[in-house]
Ligand binder design. Structure first.
Ligand SMILES: C[S@@+](CC[C@H](N)C(=O)[O-])C[C@H]1O[C@@H](n2cnc3c(N)ncnc32)[C@H](O)[C@@H]1O
Length: 396
């Protein structure tokens, strides 16, 4: 018999972050946090995460949904969710059990917290209990052979578990969630992968300026979902001048404000930062890009990355850029060029300033590609070339 329990109140992002931080710890630490947050609430957030991370099923053998049941067990308690797989659409998840589930997949709660929110695992066998029930599922699909039922179940189970078992490819995520960071208009995804990979496995906080969809409040958030998936342990914040709460979901929160309002940015960063990643994909107006960088770079953690997209507007007067082949000092590109000088402030002729600017002291790397730049933060204090090294090349 199928069962449907009463819904439980959802966990907020602070609670989810506590789980994420506990997930790298010993079982008893994870169990204590789960008990404090509520086992049913934790199981619900894990089920949502499994559904979110699952691949889109390709089921060509049945035209009715195939169900898979996920049971999370802890301290004598069993919390079940049913995942319904239909061809070409995301899994639907609902709490409870199903007598037609083709398989029951059982995890210890502590193990599933660790699989989803812990550092990447090198564990390949014995991760979960699997109970095949193809004959039960067959009763919902009596018109096909049981062997066909088993194969269709396979087509549902594999994409469901893919999100738990395998890290996702960023280009594929951009396509899936409709972000224009890859695939044609821009080719940013390989650059993002290169510069974000070191952070991928960390409990990061990501801020993206520009949620997408402009004034359409019912649309946007493609890249926020992409980052949620790319950073499995991350909290993702999206800032936009328009209301984008439509994009809010576990581990994703949208905020309303302008990237050209330093006072707002400081208040927002004090509350939700510091960030490990900031991405400016907002108005692309040169003045706004510069204001956001100046204001938010101090709220980036050391080891963090600040990305600026759509640098083409530096050459576009309509966005406050400059006409012609050289972007001047008031543009985003002009700012990047000045940062190159800042990185080398200890080499400037004359005395090294006693008090370097914030950028001089903290920008440690700049990588510029067509239309996108990545600025790395750290301690920029390697020391100048010593005075005894001649300042002219040796005579030939
Ligand atoms: C190109 S879209 C963002 C696309 C999204 N990042 C993605 O990859 O799917 C730009 C967004 O920036 C927002 N925006 C425009 N001016 C802004 C400002 N001053 N501050 C914050 N967001 C702004 C727009 O409303 C729009 O939704």
């Amino acid at each position: 018999m199928s069962t449907v329990p009463d819904p439980v109140p959802p966990l907020d992002n602070q609670a989810i972050e506590r789980l994420i931080l506990a997930a790298g710890n010993r079982d008893e630490v994870v169990a204590a946090v789960a008990a404090e947050l509520g086992v049913e609430q934790v199981a619900a957030v894990l089920a949502d995460e499994v559904a979110f991370r699952a691949d889109i099923p390709v089921i060509d053998l049945l035209d009715k949904p195939v169900e898979v049941q996920l049971d999370v067990v802890h301290d004598g308690l069993r919390v079940s969710h049913v995942f319904a797989a239909s061809h070409g659409v995301p899994f639907q998840v609902y709490p409870g059990t199903s007598e037609h589930a083709a398989m029951v997949i059982e995890y210890r709660l502590v193990d599933l917290v660790r699989e989803l929110y812990g550092p990447a695992q090198q564990r390949f066998a014995g991760r979960r209990r699997t109970v095949p029930r193809f004959e039960h599922a067959h009763t919902a699909h009596p018109d096909v052979r049981i062997l066909t039922m088993m194969r269709a179940a396979h087509q549902a189970i594999v994409p469901l578990l893919a999100g738990i078992d395998k890290p996702a490819d960023l280009e594929a995520l951009a396509a899936r969630y409709y972000s224009d960071k890859g695939g044609g208009l821009h080719w940013f995804t390989p650059h993002y992968e290169r510069h974000m990979n070191a952070l991928r496995d960390k409990p990061v906080r990501v801020l993206e300026i520009g949620v997408g969809g402009y004034m359409t409040t019912t649309y946007g958030g493609g890249s926020l979902r992409m980052w949620r998936r790319f950073f499995p342990r991350g909290l993702v914040y999206g800032l936009d001048i328009f209301d984008k709460t439509v994009a809010d979901q576990p581990r994703v929160k949208t905020l309303i404000g302008s990237q050209n309002d330093p006072e707002y940015l400081v208040g927002m960063a004090e509350r939700y930062g510091p960030f490990d990643v900031v991405i400016d994909d907002g108005s692309h107006v040169n003045e706004h890009v510069r204001t956001s960088f100046r204001t938010l770079f101090p709220y980036l953690r050391d080891g963090g990355v600040y990305a600026i997209e759509d640098l083409w507007t530096a050459y576009c007067p309509g966005y406050g850029g400059d006409e012609g082949a050289t972007a001047g000092s008031g543009t985003s590109i002009g700012m990047l060029k000045a940062l190159l000088d800042d990185i080398h402030y200890q080499q400037h002729s004359g005395d090294t300033p006693a008090q370097p600017t914030f950028e001089q002291a903290n920008v440690v790397g700049i990588h510029v590609y067509h239309n996108v730049a990545f600025i790395e933060k750290g301690v920029n204090a390697e020391g100048a070339m010593p005075a005894w090294i001649p300042r002219t090349p040796p005579a030939a």
